[in-house]
Design a protein around this ligand. Sequence first.
Ligand code: WQD
Length: 338
Amino acid sequence: MARILLTGGAGYIGSHTFVALRDAGHQVMILDNFSNSDPDVVGRLGRLVGEDVTVIEGSVLDADLLAQVFSAEAYDGVVHFAARKAVGESVANPLDYAQTNIGGLTALMQAMKAAGVWRLVFSSTATVYGEPKVFPLTEDMPLSHTSPYAFTKVTCEHILAQAAQADPWQIGVLRYFNPVGAHPSALIGEDPRGIPDNLMPYIAKVAMGELARLTVHGNDYDTPDGTCWRDYIHVMDLARAHVLSMEALLDGRAHVVNIGTGTPVSVLEMHSAYQDVVGRDLPHVIGPRRPGDVPRLYADPARAREVLGFEADFGLSDMCQSSWDWVQAQSAGWRFNR
Ligand code: WQD
């Protein structure tokens, strides 16, 4: 049993990882400023783990708060989720992204160093591979950035590597491919604000009748059906990968790994799989390409299997079913039955 702090632990990936770490027998605390998460989730996490969940409300940019956090508890490790992650938003707000994502990491690491807490799992992303030409993607491939968001993640990975040369850091870097789906209880899931940028939550809102139709961003790419390939991974698999990552650090095994299934899925295949789960047609039209999209992104998952013993369990229909269950439960108002 270890004592773990989750920064951004009230968010989409963080909340699922909270449950997975608790289910694995660890003690888990959450630090979150609710800038991109709903405080309601805390009560639902409590229902899932069977006891009240306390959240330290605040920002990783607050050095005084971090000093208090690490003096109040002796943590064995930290999983750092707290960051901004919307590519389009980062283009319009590069300074905010640099401050939150890079400044937040360095503030956290300074506080951890001062407290002698050296185990850190870091949320990275497949976007650090830029516009790759060789597939599937392996961790030794060069990093580059195609957006300010990706720049912050590439920069953070360099900072982590440099810090580990200077001090006894034990670091796990998880390069997420495309997280989708929800907890089987339908009590927690992806809850984007406004109109979703990402594919599955957009389709989910079409299925709920909240959006009229899916616009497929381009069908003239170099893929079998002309629509982009992505490596979608169920958030429950991703949460479990975080447990395995932290436990590897507790065992002294640092790592940088892709977290994906290794199986590419096109936009039209995702749309079709979601239709199968909902049981009716979901309107869609073919529109123009979305600037910045790359035709293919999918992982070679071998290193995560070798280093962490991780392999994805859930397939595409599980991902779609859990998303569909979640959005229906959310709309049915579980949120008012705390
Ligand atoms: C997937 C595919 C779209 C919406 C982004 C970030 C990445 C990561 C995950 C943080 C693309 C197509 C989408 C729609 C569509 N975030 N699409 N119609 O762009 O692979 O990755 O989210 O780590 O950093 O870049 O995911 O879900 O936005 O798009 O046709 O209404 O679905 O063009 O081909 P993406 P996505």
